[in-house]
Design a protein around this ligand. Structure first.
Ligand code: RIB
Ligand code: CA
Length: 302
């Protein structure tokens, strides 16, 4: 596979997805940041801390600091103001606020640059604000995307509201823009991700920082009386790494923009043909395979 682009709001499971890609030698040409789990300055601090702690060496760019239209909605009440919980150690806070170049021109250039391999695959792990901006500012460049794999939406109940999944609810207008553009979109939704959960007994032997972050993420479920926590963004990365382990079914996808309790709710109607596909049926030991990203600890260069 040629190098992909990752668009992320840099929560813990976003970082986990990046580590999983590295474990499987999927090259990342660039990472664009977007406000989501936390406000953009914290997302940037997390990206900088992750670069330092895990030796992530891909170029990082800073994107949208707010959704297209709605008031910003972080996941701080679940993930803490850092956008990443921990049982102990956290990513190092940068001495100075990091300054990353703007994402828009970088993503556009990456899409436009001629290459031998025709694939231009984006893995999106947060609200779709950056992609919506690209569609508005450079529709021709956006038309070069050969595949957009997105963790978001739900073909069932929500997590951030009873009816909406967080990445959809954090910018429903951006999702609507992406759906209207009919990009080749593969949706790894909440219902699929909730089938892949890990409990305390699954936490691998790893370095203290990774262990504290994994346990902090797991605490989200344990504190709610559940025995195991769903894996979100790494499952979307898994659909890229092991497409043969998933089913991709065409769907007519819609997102509610109504200002009532359906705001951000997604629906997936069966249809014979669509450029939008709902990803399901992740087979094999996906939980174990995702957790393998932590084997060897932060200094492990894959
Ligand atoms: O609903 C799950 C999504 O929102 C994931 O992308 C995760 O990072 C979370 O904040
Ligand atoms: Ca995310």
């Amino acid at each position: 596979m040629s190098a992909i682009w990752v668009d992320t709001d840099m929560g813990f499971d976003d970082l986990w997805a990046l580590l999983l890609l590295r474990t499987h030698r999927i090259a990342v040409a660039g990472v664009s940041l977007v406000a989501g789990n936390a406000p953009l300055p914290q997302v940037e601090a997390n990206a900088s801390g992750a670069q330092e702690a895990y030796g992530l060496d891909m170029p990082v760019f800073s994107g949208a600091d707010r959704p297209l239209k709605r008031t910003p909605e972080t996941a701080a009440r679940i993930l803490s103001p850092l956008g990443m919980r921990s049982r102990g150690q956290t990513l190092a806070k940068p001495a100075r606020p990091p300054v990353f170049p703007p994402a828009g021109p970088a993503l556009e250039q990456w899409l436009r640059t001629p290459r031998r391999a025709p694939e231009r695959v984006i893995l999106a792990l947060g609200p779709l604000t950056n992609i919506a901006h690209l569609l508005k500012s450079s529709p021709k460049a956006a038309a070069r995307i050969t595949r957009l794999v997105w963790m978001g939406g739900s073909d069932g109940p929500g997590n951030h509201s009873p009816r909406a999944e967080y990445n959809a609810l954090a910018d429903p207008e951006a999702l609507d823009t992406v759906l209207n553009a009919q990009l080749p979109l593969d949706v790894v939704d909440l219902t699929q991700c909730r089938q892949h959960c890990f409990g305390p007994e699954d936490v691998p032997d790893t370095d203290p920082l990774s262990r504290d972050l994994l346990l902090g993420y797991l605490d989200i479920a344990l504190e709610r009386g559940r025995k195991a926590m769903a894996i979100y963004d790494p499952i979307a990365a898994a659909a890229l790494i092991w497409p043969e382990r998933f089913r991709f079914a065409p769907r007519a996808m819609n997102v509610s923009l109504c200002s009532d309790d359906s705001y951000g709710e997604t629906s997936f109607a069966e249809t014979p043909m669509s450029r939008t596909r709902l990803v399901s049926g992740g087979h094999g030991p996906l939980v174990r395979d995702c957790l393998a990203a932590f084997e060897g600890g932060p200094a492990h260069a894959h």
